[in-house]
Design a protein. Structure first.
Length: 463
């Protein structure tokens, strides 16, 4: 979990300006927005690094050290103490929590305070997207490994592939890579696939969103191929990222041939480049559009629907609008950065925040976080917001009419709605890493905040 004071340091350098400096001269009087605070737990400074927020943004867990042992604290309730606690996770619906715990030279998985059988070692617990299944790897007494799914063991293997267990988006299917003797297999729903020399760790194992299709990279001899729905495709020198479109009808992956990288879309090879940026393949939410970042010469550019954008020193943060018709990304030119939206350049800034580009739900508006000189601020509809020490968690209301973010000024953290500061202040504001403030309805949103040594759930209402 991140907080606005610590996490945004990676986006913007700390500012030294005082509250009375001209940096804040334009700030209007704070607004007393309706809000409700619910205390969740004490929050000592030493647990900040281990704190974890639930996906719904309403629960918190952290590891506490006591008497040479460790215990998990969930919503202020202390769990049993162990020699060590690791790999804490919440289920996607936030109702369950699980973690690995060591005691008496063995490890076990604990789920909502219920301890499961001890083993030599256990891997991190992984919940399925529907929260109905929990999977993890265990080491058996003879040294073999197997995958437990809802406490049911699978076939023993010599090794389980790094990257662990992969569920389909609907939670109905699961897969993992496993080695038996010298052969590697992808095991899907407990059924072994064909044998290969190795499997692509970086490429991973991918289900289509509906779970009906699957793809992964496999090594046979000295060449790699994408294995799609159990069938190997054309061989290449190497393979990179693999991605299905949201509806599952399109598949793209990056491949190397003759020392050049290209993207293969539905079996058709694209133009060769010096490189295709890792984790840059992006399908639009609807419409089947594909965008990625490629290196041409010493410059980087965005390729969308096969067409090339303007080259820059660096490019990243590709983001399609919800309707799939618009595309925005960050680009750097020399010492400055800018946002390109629909092929048009926005103004230059000292820095554009990583992963901060966000479209409104109706796709009409675009916002992001920027820095110029000593000031951090949001840019919405091309207009700069007020300047603060730090800014984060920018999002739009469900109807797209309002935008909300968190800011810090001096020793205070608070929310800002349409450039109107909230009157209630905190030491810091928390939400999920790379996430936005979470809306519960058209006019209500929530977040966690640190207040007088406690973590509190704040539910706030737009005016």
């Amino acid at each position: 979990m991140t907080n606005l004071f610590s996490a945004l340091i990676s986006l913007f350098f700390p500012l030294l300006a005082l509250l009375a400096s001209p940096l804040y001269a334009q700030t209007a009087a704070p607004v007393d927005r309706p809000h409700r605070e619910t205390r969740l737990a004490p929050f000592p400074p030493e647990v900040r690094d281990s704190a974890l927020l639930s996906p719904d943004g309403r629960r918190i867990a952290y590891v506490k050290k006591t008497g040479g042992r460790e215990l998990l604290v969930v919503d202020g309730e202390e769990q049993p103490a162990f020699d060590r606690v690791a790999s804490v996770t919440f289920s996607p619906d936030s109702k369950w929590f699980a973690y690995a715990a060591a005691a008496d030279h063995t490890w076990r998985i604990t789920v909502n305070a219920r301890q499961r059988s001890p083993y030599q070692r256990v891997g991190p617990p992984v919940f399925g997207p529907d929260s109905r299944r929990l999977a993890y790897v265990i080491e058996l007494p003879d040294g073999h490994r197997t995958v437990m799914v809802n406490n049911k063991p699978g076939k023993p293997y010599d090794q389980i592939l790094e990257g662990g267990i992969h569920f389909s988006a609907n939670g109905q299917r699961f897969a993992y890579g496993a080695r038996l003797d010298t052969s590697w297999h992808v095991v899907v729903d407990d059924q072994e696939g064909p044998a290969y020399e190795f499997l692509g760790v970086a490429s991973g194992i991918h289900f289509s969103p509906d779970g009906s299709r699957m793809a992964y990279a496999a090594l046979a001899g000295k060449t790699w191929s994408a294995v799609v729905d159990g069938k190997p495709q054309k061989t290449y020198e190497n393979l990179g990222d693999v991605a299905f479109s949201p509806e599952g009808s399109h598949l793209a992956y990056a491949a190397v041939e003759g020392g050049k990288w290209r993207v293969v879309l539905d079996g058709r090879e694209g133009k060769p480049y010096e490189a295709v940026a890792a984790e840059s393949l992006r399908f639009s939410p609807v419409g089947g559009r594909l965008a990625y970042v490629a290196q041409s010469g010493k410059k980087w550019l965005v390729v969308v629907d096969g067409g090339e954008g303007k080259p820059y020193d660096n490019v990243g943060g590709l983001s399609f609008s919800p309707d799939g018709k618009r595309l925005a990304y960050r680009a750097s030119a020399g010492a400055e950065m800018l946002v390109v939206v629909d092929g048009r350049e926005q103004p230059n800034f000292t820095r554009i925040g990583d992963n901060t580009l966000v479209f409104s739900p109706d796709s009409r508006r675009l916002g992001y976080i920027a820095r110029a000189g000593r000031a951090s601020f949001v840019v919405v509809d091309g207009k700069r917001g007020r300047r603060y020490d730090m800014v984060g968690y920018l999002t739009f209301s469900p109807d797209g009419k309002h935008y909300v973010y968190a800011a810090t000024k001096g020793e205070e953290a608070f929310t800002v709605v349409d450039e109107r500061e909230a009157a209630h202040r905190y030491q810091s504001i928390w939400t999920l890493p790379d996430a936005r403030l979470l809306f519960d309805s058209r006019k209500k949103f929530h977040y966690l905040a640190v207040n007088s040594g406690d973590i509190v759930l704040v539910e706030e209402e737009l005016l």
